[in-house]
Design a binder for this molecule. Sequence first.
Ligand SMILES: NC(=O)C1=CN([C@@H]2O[C@H](COP(=O)(O)OP(=O)(O)OC[C@H]3O[C@@H](n4cnc5c(N)ncnc54)[C@H](O)[C@@H]3O)[C@@H](O)[C@H]2O)C=CC1
Ligand SMILES: O=C(O)CCC(=O)C(=O)O
Length: 413
Amino acid sequence: MSPKKTSFPKQDIRVLLLEGVSQTAVDTFKAAGYSQIDYHAKALPEDELKARIAEAHIVGLRSRTQLTAEVLAEAKRLVAIGCFCIGTNQVDLDAAEVAGIPVFNAPYSNTRSVAELVVAQAVMLMRGIPQKNAECHRGGWSKAATGSHEVRGKTLGIIGYGHIGTQVGVLAEALGMRVVFHDIETKLSLGNARAASGLNDLLARADVVTLHVPETPATKNMFGAAQIAAMKRGAHLINASRGTVVDIDALAAALDAGHVGGAAVDVFPVEPKANGDEFLSPLRGRDNVILTPHIGGSTLEAQDNIGVEVAAKLVRYSDNGSTLSAVNFPEVTLPEHEGSLRLLHIHRNVPGVLSKINETFSRHALNIDGQFLRTDPKVGYVVIDVSADEAQANALKDELAAIPGTLRTRVLY
Ligand SMILES: NC(=O)C1=CN([C@@H]2O[C@H](COP(=O)(O)OP(=O)(O)OC[C@H]3O[C@@H](n4cnc5c(N)ncnc54)[C@H](O)[C@@H]3O)[C@@H](O)[C@H]2O)C=CC1
Ligand SMILES: O=C(O)CCC(=O)C(=O)O
């Protein structure tokens, strides 16, 4: 059987992979017949990013690469974006959507890795291990139980009780911790976890507070001087969510004042662009702070799973048009289209486009084998399977592309 063609030969589809995404992603693309893979172990400087993304049909990145509206304006050929991570705040999702570009991520693949690290950090902080470790490295020896506590029976406060927050709660309960959580949504409590009556209630009760919210306008600096002051004196803070969520200067001041007993911080408002660049932070140099270079999700297990998951979603969209689990786009799950050509039409969701699409089809005496439509407030995505030959499909595609409001059209053969 000859290999299936997309709107142009697969060997001409250029995949740009950044930030050292797992080799499993490369393997997944290759197994699906994509051979033009431009792989980079690091994030690219903005000028180079613009130049390379201008040539790419598919781009894959992690958390460092900023796909702003300005960068996306250069991406004239781009059909899909893959975030090989959970967070998608590094991509201007609205700009991508109105350019007709779906964005995919891996919403669960590194959840467990973050949860394990956070629970381990809670134990370390409650035992004062960061200080003891630092002292031993300096040649000191201070064997004392002062300030060291079991986590059993202590209270963990989880802010953001989503995928990671719930996993943290389950693991913490296995160690005998009491779990309270705060979320803006009503959430099913797992195990014996209980919803706090509000953020201040959680802060007043927790011995360790851990943040697991996404970066949104509402979470930016949501944890500032007032929230830190509302924590119990000597309680510990863990942030493995996003650096913008915590006011880092307020945290540094509270650590200096002894109000916060210790902290574990994995994410920072400004992070170095590449390994080897200097890490600058007001939190540096404190024995009671565990600093890690945004590696909450960086285990080989997680990265290998993410590589397969996101690459498979990108391949599926490129080959089949399915947008299931896209984070910024109308979601359509599509069957195979053996025996039909598939036309994809992405348009602004404005009145009149659908009737123009239907008029276009009614002008051609072709059998429609299947039709799928999903819209959201900004964009409409129509997929039409048609019994046609390549020349007819291309003529249709050109007519569809001329409809006012069209963002993108593709034919999948
Ligand atoms: N350090 C690292 O390497 C990693 C960091 N992350 C970060 O962790 C974040 C959370 O990941 P998941 O748990 O998978 O996301 P999720 O979407 O499953 O859960 C987030 C939860 O936060 C809640 N939330 C949103 N705004 C809130 C607010 N203002 N106050 C209280 N709750 C709020 C949501 O309702 C949701 O329940 C990601 O968005 C990402 O930024 C994720 C993976 C790795
Ligand atoms: O692996 C990365 O670069 C980022 C991990 C992360 O923060 C996420 O998955 O949201």
